[in-house]
Design a protein around this ligand. Structure first.
Ligand code: MG
Length: 254
């Protein structure tokens, strides 16, 4: 009896397996069945060098003026920072600047350089910051031989995620950030649907790998999301240090 049950099970098993093979053989897909032509992938003419804006980028600083920016103080006065030699420099204690245009999901390229006169320690050395949507800070800091809390060093998502590596160049040399930012989504009741995410490459080195932001940047306390517009201006921080910038461009991804 036991032998009969076992052999039936084997027979059924064999039948199922062989019919699956038969089915697989019947469906003979040509390779073209999994090759798609639509929707077309749009052409983007890249910049002459990888740090230069591709054809579909919105240039927020090309070396000539800060017309794409205003003072972050009430009144939207012209950006009060110093433009010279194709760069602009934070003028300490004049306040931050914000982009005139608003952005949501973006690819951003930023170049920045820490002051050559090295003074201060920790957070007091070459501090600025690039804030996506005016709320989510990608830290800018002179992290070249300068110890501070790791989630506050250069290329950190401030007080949330330390970078995966310290790819910092020496003061006065140019650093690049290439970042892909996905804005948070909220439903009509203001509830968070999906948090913001960011990937950052610092001088060609992956430093943030699609990390989830816990909420807007907070100096003190635990971040918490509050519903906001789908697009908001960028903000660059005046933290009292003469950090230089050049070549800022952005591609909208939404
Ligand atoms: Mg900062």
């Amino acid at each position: 009896m036991r032998f009969y049950v076992l052999s039936s099970a084997i027979a059924v098993g064999f039948f199922v397996a062989s019919s699956a093979i038969a089915q697989q053989e019947e469906v003979k897909l040509p390779p073209q069945a999994t090759e798609f032509y639509k929707p077309e992938v749009k052409k983007v003419t890249p910049g002459k060098e990888n740090h230069l804006p591709p054809a579909d980028a919105i240039v927020l600083f090309d070396g000539s003026n800060l017309n794409a920016w205003v003072s972050d103080k009430p009144g939207s006065a012209p950006a009060p920072w110093k433009v010279e030699n194709g760069t602009f420099t934070v003028v300490p204690r004049t306040g931050g600047i914000r982009s005139k245009e608003s952005f949501g999901d973006v690819q951003v390229h930023i170049e920045w350089s820490a002051p050559t006169v090295v003074k201060g320690t920790g957070q007091g050395r070459g501090n600025s910051g690039f804030f996506f949507m005016g709320k989510y800070e990608l830290q800018i800091l002179d992290s070249y031989d300068n110890e501070t809390y790791t989630n506050g060093m250069a290329a950190s998502i401030y007080k949330q995620h330390p970078p995966l590596a310290n790819a910092m160049r020496a003061p006065g040399e140019w650093n690049t950030y290439d970042a892909i930012f996905k804005a948070p989504r909220f439903d009509s009741n203001g509830m968070l649907v999906s948090p913001a995410r960011i990937t950052v490459i610092h001088n060609g080195v992956l430093v943030q790998n699609n990390v989830e932001l816990k909420g807007p940047t907070m100096y003190i306390g635990i971040p918490n999301y509050e519903a906001h517009d789908a697009a908001l201006p960028f903000h660059i921080q005046d933290h009292g240090d003469e950090v230089k910038f050049r070549n800022i461009w952005v591609r909208k991804l939404d």
